[in-house]
Design a protein around this ligand. Structure first.
Ligand code: ADP
Length: 602
């Protein structure tokens, strides 16, 4: 009951995982450079727009100063006034356009980089050996693909430009404050520090508490995710009230956390309004005295206040954006890590070509294999076996004997720990895995049906097949029998939300897929679960048709399959313990004879 949803169901962890950690180093963002490089032109335009819009912003207070000092004086003509207002209007239009341009180009870069990053990471994942997904949870990869890339997008597509703008605004503002009135500037600087430093400290605390609150919310959704999926069990054990109470406790703790954050935020708001406004009033008061004394003009005072506001605003935005940038650095670090994941299965530098051949001959040469996660037991232990062209070999043995592992190694999902597998005389490690797999058809126990229509699902075996070829394959696999009775025939959508196929029907789709691929070597993993008699018969006939004219290796669970094999290989604890024809093995009275009487006969 203590397991979180992310432990038990990887798919849920995208929502229930704690918020991403902040990177220790900002330099992690450098990992994005290769993704920015192709868009140098856009970057240059965005930078120009950034500088132009910031410059326009910094000119606004000067325009106001002139307006007040020269336009609002008693002896000004209406021409003077018009001129000053026109200048202000032009400035506004320029500022607006430059800002819009900056926004567009920066957002464009953000979206583009995110799209490229997503595609690159996804592609990299598709090429990982299956071993990779034993240590990496798919839920985690999913959350990186969506969550982390979104973080990067926010930063590249807005935070960075906001931050840079604010830096320009801050520096420009400081310079202009100094130019406008050195004395007031010195006083304002002291005030700003006095106000901003405590506010930044409170801001940090708010962030910490916010993260805590987010964790609490993630806890509640983890609990709800697990329990709502197990309501019948909860009710069967009459734990409804206990579960409700457990949820209540987490909700309360998340409430407390939220209130702590709210309190800090309230204090911070009071600090910002009181501190900043108080400081402005104080400086204005000093300035007004200077104006009265004649050491400063009214326009200068106005522009000074505007610069002070710009400078303080710049600091605020930088503080806010900094957290985003650091989080994006963390996200980038994790994405780059995925991007640099090396598959344990690498094609050789100079793969040997496999001659085009309709034949497949397999040799297992003293093959041993240990799963990296279980180095102390041999899943395959000195396997030696030659399979002739066109031969059908049935592999039988108790569960855990190593039958599936044998298939995995043939597909080169793992490499042998010692010994070798040869395909038509070539060591698998000297082949490009793609050209090897192109010659193997596989019908797994539990066929995967993609959310697409029946024809598309079969065409997965050969994307270039014509409709007629798809139908022919389905007929051979005895799948047309049920596909034609579906509401839209071959165009019927088979996805999770569509109609559900029985185990036998799914397997026949998989057989059709393998037949369409027309490979020289066929690997069949018979379903262990019982099919109804009719379905069983169809599957059996489909399999037999699929085996015609090719080398076939079948993990057999049914007597009918075993009896049609040319040879039977009996495995136990990673070793081959018997090889022979069904009759020979029964006569031997060994493991096969026992299995046959116990399981296979059933
Ligand atoms: P079978 O298909 O005959 O039931 P397997 O080939 O699946 O047997 O398994 C052979 C042995 O390897 C078993 O002891 C099993 O626990 C172990 N094994 C299978 N897959 C893995 C894996 N991914 N990581 C570690 N051990 C594994």
């Amino acid at each position: 009951m203590t397991a979180t949803a992310s432990d038990s169901r990887p798919g849920v962890s995208a929502t229930a995982s704690p918020p991403p950690k902040t990177a220790r180093k900002l330099s992690a963002l450098a990992g994005l450079l290769p993704f920015l490089r192709p868009y140098r032109g856009y970057l240059a335009v965005a930078t120009v727009m950034l500088v132009l819009s910031s410059a326009a912003m910094l000119v606004v207070p000067i325009a106001f100063r002139d307006l007040i000092d020269k336009g609002f004086v008693r002896n000004a003509t209406s021409g003077d006034i018009n001129g000053h207002f026109a200048a202000l209007g032009v400035l506004a239009v320029f500022w607006a356009l430059a800002t819009a341009g900056r926004y567009y180009f920066v957002s464009w870069i953000g979206e583009r980089v995110t799209a490229d990053l997503r595609s690159a990471v996804y592609r990299r994942m598709l090429f990982q050996a299956p071993a990779y997904f034993e240590t990496t949870r798919t839920g985690e990869v999913l959350s990186r693909l969506t969550g982390d890339t979104t973080l990067v997008q926010t930063v590249v597509g807005s935070s960075v430009s906001m931050g840079l703008r604010s830096v320009l605004q801050f520096i420009g503002g400081l310079v202009m404050l100094g130019v406008t009135s050195p004395r007031l500037f010195a006083i304002t600087a002291v005030l700003l520090i006095a106000v901003v430093v405590p506010l930044v400290a409170i801001g940090r605390a708010v962030k910490r508490v916010s993260r805590d609150a987010q964790d609490r919310v993630a806890d509640t959704s983890a609990i709800a995710g697990e329990i709502l999926n197990a309501v019948p069990t909860v009710q069967a054990f009459t734990q409804e009230n206990a579960e409700a109470a457990r949820y209540d406790r987490t909700v309360e703790s998340s409430f407390d956390s939220a209130i702590r954050r709210t309190r800090l935020r309230a204090a911070m708001t009071a600090g910002i309004i009181g501190g900043v406004f108080g400081a402005i009033v104080f400086v204005l008061w000093l300035g007004a005295q200077a104006v009265v004394a004649g050491t400063m003009s009214a326009g200068q005072l106005a522009s000074f206040v505007l610069y002070a506001v710009l400078t303080a605003g710049g600091v605020g935005v930088i503080a806010e954006v900094w957290g985003d940038v650091m989080r994006a650095a963390g996200a980038t670090e994790r994405l780059i890590e995925l991007l640099h994941a090396e598959s344990t299965i690498q094609p050789p530098a100079h793969p040997k070509p496999l001659p085009e051949s309709r034949q497949a001959r397999i040799e297992f040469r003293d093959l041993s294999f240990r799963y990296p996660s279980r180095p102390d037991t041999a899943a395959l232990d000195h396997i030696a076996l030659d399979i002739r062209e066109g031969e059908t070999v049935a592999v039988v043995g108790p569960s855990g004997a190593g039958k599936t592992t044998l298939f995995q190694l043939l597909l080169r999902f793992h490499d042998a720990s010692s010994g070798a597998i040869l395909f038509n005389g070539v060591d698998l490690r000297d082949l490009d895995p793609e050209s090897l797999r192109a010659r193997i058809g596989i019908v797994p126990q539990d066929a995967v049906i993609f959310s697409a229509d029946a024809a598309t699902n079969i065409r997965y075996g050969n994307p270039n097949a014509t409709d007629e070829e798809v139908r022919a394959a389905a007929r051979t696999a005895r799948a047309d029998e049920f596909i034609e009775r579906l509401p839209d025939g071959y165009a019927t959508f088979l996805g999770e939300r569509g109609l559900r196929l029985s185990g036998g029907q799914r397997q026949r789709i998989a057989i059709a897929r393998a037949i369409l691929k027309n490979p020289p070597l066929l690997l069949l993993d018979e379903a262990t679960s019982a099919l109804d008699a009719e379905s069983e018969q169809y599957v059996q006939r489909g399999l037999e048709a699929a085996m015609v004219g090719r080398t076939t290796l079948v993990i057999a669970h049914r007597l009918a399959t075993v009896q049609r094999a040319d040879r039977i290989v009996v495995m136990d604890a990673g070793k081959i313990v018997e090889i022979g024809t069904p009759a020979e093995l029964v006569a031997n009275g060994g493991l096969y004879a026992r299995l046959a009487s116990l399981q296979l006969m059933a």
